[in-house]
Design a protein around this ligand. Structure first.
Ligand code: NAD
Length: 462
């Protein structure tokens, strides 16, 4: 039977295996040189990266730097500064019964790993896991999303110019190539994308017992407690508006999907949001907001908004420009909970607000639904904070801000339940692409006679 990925790619994968077996990528100086080369690539190709991001999703330079280029430079700096510590063998204590033994944990690379990335942060989501895979000493196939073709082709062109092409290869293509790749044997698959494709990836991985990390999506709620101080309100509204509309035009996995707010505070919040949108995006948001990815995504959002019950809940915005794939920043008040807008991930600049009698009811609301990738809670109420921490489950929980957790290398980034599993960023990326091998160094100095048969009566009495 003819291979779905073609003979050339099969040969390249064999070459990557040979490179790993040669031990080259295990060498820490090799890893360091590759991470430095990535830094050089980002600096040399900055303009091309900005252009590609603009072409694919209309990202403004500033947003592109904040969310992709700048955050990857930061991640690389952190990895380079930490690498020596990450690769170090750690001595651990053992119980007395193991005496005399020295115990160690050594992180070792997994081998040849496959990375699938998504289109909404097409540079960042491709390079962030790549940093971890290289730092951990693996060889890599990276398949960027075909839905961001300019970024995918740019990565395929520039990565071989800077990185060791016997160790890192970029493979372009859509579902067919991806499925062909999934038929092959990998030592780890790192996937960023939808829950639907996550399931396909996981069942393909099961065939070879390949470990997977699934970075998926879902609906991320923001709970807004009444904000009594005008200063707090000013800052909170900026962070809420940015967390909904300001990252890839609402097409971000950790962007706010919907708001839960106290009934009495809702009218004030709505007015604050309207003003906040105007302050952040001006009279013509399309100039600074990323556009909807493509016609298919646009039509999906249009259909969701055209549901009469949903349409009648629009209280701000709602205009659609199909030719330019633009949807005005939109706010909905209490759309039906069983409508698609409240059951599926929105992935667009449309913000439903759901009112509650008591802000504490948000806990039950969240717990009745799949565990979110991110949960945001705007409050100064310490009791509510504690309850949110103790009584809800989400990939991450951020108080009084949005999206910022993505940039914090010292906390793990990843989902739970349907929003995925596994984690990365900083040392967590290194761990995701490593196996922690336990090593025992025993000596012949002494031996406990009761460890071994024959199981005589005196051993039973011990
Ligand atoms: P997607 O699942 O359609 O695509 C993701 C990757 O899977 C792409 O590389 C694509 O080529 C590949 N793919 C497509 N069909 C495939 C198949 N049949 N078999 C194997 N691979 C296949 O997702 P998307 O549209 O790129 O991204 C949107 C989703 O991703 C949203 O749900 C969003 O929340 C989620 N997401 C999650 C994160 C995160 O960090 N958790 C980040 C970005 C996006």
């Amino acid at each position: 039977m003819e291979s779905a990925v073609g003979e050339n790619l099969e040969r390249e994968v064999v070459e990557l295996r040979e490179t790993f077996i040669s031990g080259k990528t295990k060498c820490v100086s090799w890893r360091r040189s590759q991470l430095k080369a990535l830094l050089t690539l980002l600096s040399d190709k900055e303009d091309e990266i900005f252009k590609a991001l603009y072409k694919d999703v209309g990202k403004h330079h500033c947003e592109a730097y904040r969310d992709e280029l700048g955050s990857i430079v930061k991640a690389l700096d952190f990895a380079l500064a930490s690498l020596k510590q990450w690769v170090a063998i750690k001595k651990v204590k053992l119980p007395l019964a193991a005496f005399p033994t020295v115990a160690e944990i050594k992180p070792e690379p997994l081998g040849l790993v496959l990375i699938f990335s998504s289109w909404n942060f097409p540079i960042g989501l491709a390079l962030e896991p790549l940093i971890g895979a290289i730092a951990a000493g693996n060889t890599v196939v990276l398949k960027p999303s075909e839905l961001a073709p300019a970024c995918s082709s740019l990565l395929a062109n520039i990565i071989p110019m800077y990185l060791d092409c016997k160790a890192v290869k970029v493979v372009e293509g859509g579902a067919m190539i991806a499925e062909g790749l999934l038929e092959m044997k990998w030592d780890k698959i790192f996937f960023t994308g939808s829950t639907r494709v996550g399931r396909i990836v996981m069942s393909a991985a099961a065939k070879h017992l390949t470990p997977v990390t699934l970075e998926l999506g879902g609906k991320c709620p923001a709970v807004i407690d009444s904000l009594p101080s005008s200063w707090d309100r000013k800052i909170a509204i900026k962070r809420i508006v940015a967390g909904k509309y300001g990252a890839c035009g609402g097409q971000a996995c950790i962007g706010i999907d919907y708001i839960l707010v106290l009934e009495e505070f809702a009218p004030t919040l709505i007015e604050l949001l309207k003003t906040g949108i105007k302050t952040m995006f001006g009279e013509n948001p399309r100039e600074s907001m990323a556009r909807i990815l493509n016609k298919k995504s646009f039509l999906r959002l249009k259909k969701i908004l055209n549901d009469p019950a949903v349409c009648s809940s629009i209280i701000h915005g709602g205009s659609l420009d199909e030719a330019n794939l633009y949807i005005e920043p939109t706010i909905l008040l209490n759309p039906p909970l069983e409508s698609e807008i409240m059951t599926d991930e929105i992935f667009g600049p449309v913000l439903p607000i759901i009112t509650l009698k008591k802000i504490e009811d948000s806990i039950e609301f969240i717990n009745l639904r799949p565990k979110p990738l991110a949960l945001y809670v705007f409050t100064n109420n310490e009791t509510l904070k504690k309850r949110m921490i103790d009584e809800t489950s989400s990939g991450s929980l951020t108080f009084n801000d949005t999206v910022i957790q993505y940039t914090c290398e010292t906390i793990p980034f990843g989902g739970v339940g349907q929003s995925g599993f596994g984690r990365y960023h900083g040392k967590f990326s290194f761990d995701t692409f490593s196996h922690e091998k336990g090593i025992l160094r025993r000596s012949y100095l002494t031996e406990f006679w009761f460890r071994f048969p024959p199981w005589t009566a005196n051993k039973l009495q011990l």
